[in-house]
Design a binder for this molecule. Structure first.
Ligand SMILES: [Mg+2]
Ligand SMILES: [Zn+2]
Length: 182
């Protein structure tokens, strides 16, 4: 049986704008190129979201707020014929040192056991060094985005010597890169 391939997406700053701890539907805004980009590759990959949501653990918003916002995003994508298989999120504050906060592998392991995906042929995409690190830790390919917090965290990426497969100026560029590197 052919193993499935996945694109594991960060959410805030990758799919939607991120003003920091974003959780209100009024503030929801898809980033440019997201619909077009996902449509380019959707026949070849399953899509998942893994998101660090420490704002929940810090009491800035609730799990319920998280799902309202997330469901809004999922329905916008669905209207454009894009399916997210599943969303995973870490609600813990950093100090707890939980097992699920990116770049830890818990959710990747969950995806592999449920969907039997081929990690080596899969991609992890995000605008934070922890996303690129997650890609490396999981043995997947990775793209670091310069949208969201990507530009301001670029120096951390370099300082920590994290080397993603590719650095993309925006989401559409990232998806085109994936298409040309199948
Ligand atoms: Mg992000
Ligand atoms: Zn966690």
């Amino acid at each position: 049986m052919m193993q499935k391939k996945a694109i594991i997406l960060d959410r805030d700053g990758t799919l939607n704008e991120d003003q920091g701890y974003i959780h209100k539907i009024e503030d929801f805004k898809l980033l440019p190129g997201v619909i077009e980009g996902l449509n380019l590759v959707k026949d070849k990959f399953l899509f998942f979201i893994i998101s660090n949501q420490s704002g929940i653990g810090r009491g800035f918003y609730t799990v319920d707020d998280f799902w309202k916002f997330n469901n809004h995003l999922i329905s916008k994508l669905k209207q454009n014929n894009i399916k997210i298989e599943k969303t995973y999120f870490c609600p813990h504050k950093i100090e707890i040192n939980c097992d699920c906060r990116k770049p830890k592998l818990k959710f990747i392991k969950d995806i592999v056991s449920e969907y039997k995906i081929n990690l080596k042929e899969s991609w992890v995409i995000g605008d934070h060094p922890s996303d690129a690190q997650l890609g490396i830790n999981s043995g997947s390919k990775s793209i670091y985005l310069l949208t969201g917090h990507g530009k301001s965290h670029l120096k951390d990426l370099n300082k920590k010597e994290i080397e993603p497969t590719f650095i993309a100026k925006d989401f559409l560029t990232a998806m085109k890169y994936i298409l040309s590197n199948l």
